[in-house]
Write a protein that binds this ligand. Structure first.
Ligand code: F6R
Length: 234
């Protein structure tokens, strides 16, 4: 695991951009994408650049169950707003939050991931160490699943909703086993509230109690953290 420490999220976005650019130059065509506050500077850098993804495929990590694509809190909407409007891909996949047949939806999404091996997977990390919406205790070899969000994740994501009760309780998420199949994994984390999770991810024993710690066993995992998120590292 290669850890890069930057000053702040703005500088982190520039570093992440360089990694996207290098991958594209090397012929990468499938990009795994994340949502949330963390990747916003990266997406801004991509939008401001002349990189062309129109021959590429994107596969997002997750989507809330129950939200239609045009709901401003949905990850479909987020991706359109932060990236796809400016940088369209040949095809962009996200789980369908409106499919209430979880078995069918998870199998459909796992098939998409299997048929389109990811070259570069972008990740954020939850305060509890989650990646995607794989909460503590998720299997390291897991596939796409319907996941019940923990109280800590609901509280963290409430900032995007009018009130905490509006945060969906379930999400469809790519599994850890599928995330680990990406050729390169790039995790970004900014801010003091990620410091504990970053310490456990980088320096703790790999354990399913800290989902991101699985990345210690990935052949090409890059971590970009700002000084606050790195503040508890030895
Ligand atoms: C989002 C995702 C989540 C977030 C994580 C951090 O697609 O999969 O794992 O990356 O919850 O969220 P932020 O970046 O908002 O702190």
């Amino acid at each position: 695991m290669k850890v890069i420490i930057v000053k702040n999220a703005a500088e982190g976005g520039k570093k992440a951009f360089e990694i996207f650019k290098k991958k594209l130059d090397e012929g990468a065509t499938v990009f795994g994408l994340a949502t949330g506050g963390t990747p916003e500077t990266t997406y801004q850098e991509l939008c401001d650049s002349d990189l062309d993804f129109s021959n590429c495929i994107s596969i997002n990590l997750d989507e809330y169950v129950g939200l239609p694509a045009d709901n401003p809190q949905s990850y479909h909407y987020y991706m359109k707003k932060h990236l796809f409007e400016k940088k369209p891909f040949a095809h962009s996949y996200l789980p369908d939050g409106q499919n209430d047949d979880a078995k069918v939806e998870c199998e459909r999404y796992s098939r998409i991931i299997a048929e389109n091996p990811v070259d570069l997977q972008l990740l954020g990390i939850g305060r509890n160490g989650h990646i995607g919406f794989n909460e503590p205790g998720s299997a390291f070899d897991g596939r796409t699943q319907k996941i019940r969000l923990t109280e800590s994740t609901i509280a963290a994501n409430a900032r995007y909703f009018e009130n905490e009760n509006d945060v969906p309780k379930y999400a469809y998420s790519m599994g850890i086993g599928e995330i680990m199949q990406a050729k390169t994994v790039l995790l970004e984390a900014y801010g003091k509230d990620k410091a504990d999770a970053i310490k456990k991810m980088v320096e703790g024993e790999p354990t399913e109690e800290v989902p991101a710690s699985v990345l210690q066993t990935h052949d090409d995992a890059i971590v970009i953290v700002d000084e606050d998120a790195a503040s508890l590292l030895r």
